[in-house]
Design a binder for this molecule. Structure first.
Ligand code: NAP
Length: 299
């Protein structure tokens, strides 16, 4: 795929540090090409001390917007004119839209996960008992979006219990959805609160970095035999595509969802916010799957 750039090309991109590993440029540029629009998506390596300057340059340079990746998702917020409710709740922004000089922040990570759950998994969180493993940035986004989408109950399990507790409190207070915290201690012993939460979960979402390449050769983060066989198990780690948790859950008889859908669909929702068009999200997903397969074959 080649991108042709003219004086009329609309520019969007991603800011991050590092940014060299990002798969978003080929994914978005394939989408622009499919839509037949004169847009281009480029990576910008922005160090933390330049976040403010980079954001202020957006209206000056006439960019339509940008994605924000690690470690700038929180720092970028103080430089924006407006932040939508979901992003405020999550406390982080991954997409900025430039509207006639105003910069508006959104967070599409949680909604990207929910779209993946629905399109690829055929499930919704509505009324479901959702167990989230982890309480970092991705967990926060998924917990908030799941609560806003009508989850019945959330349980947050994290190695650092206080972070799980803070997230559960915040979700409960801000959305009214019942939310509890448990310690993610790895033992999953019978009678523990974690074993109980595993046994009650309709949907499990693994959001910790455990199982991520290059430290992917690790046991599953929880004992999947504590799950109901009809529980639906998601792992948002996408390098590798199939983690040890996903393999174990399949062996236990559970249906599963891997992490590349969340990445593709958070990008698709960002593209929709910038362009106002429906994203060719299946093409974006397939582009991402091909890139991940090529990456895996190269190691
Ligand atoms: P983060 O904010 O740094 O949070 C990391 C989480 O992992 C915390 O809950 C942390 O627990 C936990 N953790 C780390 N090492 C652990 C260990 N050895 N045992 C138990 N828990 C451990 O990171 P993040 O941004 O949320 O990202 C987390 C993962 O999600 C990464 O693998 C990332 O690639 C993936 N991700 C995927 C997508 C997607 O689109 N598919 C999007 C975002 C992130 P403590 O609080 O106890 O430290």
């Amino acid at each position: 795929m080649s991108v042709s750039i003219s004086g009329k090309t609309t520019v969007v991109g991603v800011i991050g540090d590092p940014v060299s590993h990002t798969l978003s440029p080929p994914m978005h540029n394939a989408a622009f090409s499919q839509l037949g629009i004169d847009w281009v998506y480029v990576p910008f390596h922005v160090r933390p001390e330049f976040v403010g300057a980079a954001v202020r340059s957006i209206p000056a340079l006439g960019l339509k917007g940008f994605n924000v990746t690690v470690p700038h998702k929180v720092a970028v917020m103080e430089h924006l004119d407006e932040i939508d409710r979901e992003a405020q709740l999550i406390g982080a922004v991954n997409t900025v839209v430039h509207e006639r000089g105003r910069l508006i922040g959104y967070n599409t990570d949680g909604r990207g996960f929910l779209r993946s759950l629905q399109r690829q998994g055929g499930r919704t969180v509505a009324g479901a008992n959702v167990l989230i493993l982890g309480a970092g940035g991705a967990a926060k986004a998924i917990a908030c979006s799941a609560a806003l989408a009508g989850a019945g109950r959330l349980v947050i399990a994290n190695r650092t219990f206080d972070k799980a507790n803070d997230l559960a409190h915040m979700v409960n207070e801000q959305t009214g959805v019942p939310a509890d915290a448990v310690e993610l201690d790895g033992s999953c012993r019978v009678g523990s609160r974690l074993a109980e939460a595993l046994g009650e979960a309709d949907i499990v979402v693994q959001t910790t970095s455990v199982g991520m390449y290059p430290r992917h050769d690790v046991p599953p983060i929880v004992d999947v035999t504590r799950l109901k066989r009809e529980a639906f198990v998601c792992d948002i780690v996408y390098r590798p595509r199939e983690t040890s948790l996903i393999r174990a859950a399949k062996t236990h008889g559970c249906d599963v969802l891997t992490g590349e859908g969340m990445l593709a669909y958070q990008g698709a929702i960002a593209l929709e916010l910038w362009t106002g068009l429906d994203a060719p999200d299946e093409l974006m997903l397939q582009t991402l799957i091909n890139l991940l397969a090529a990456e895996a074959a190269a190691v």
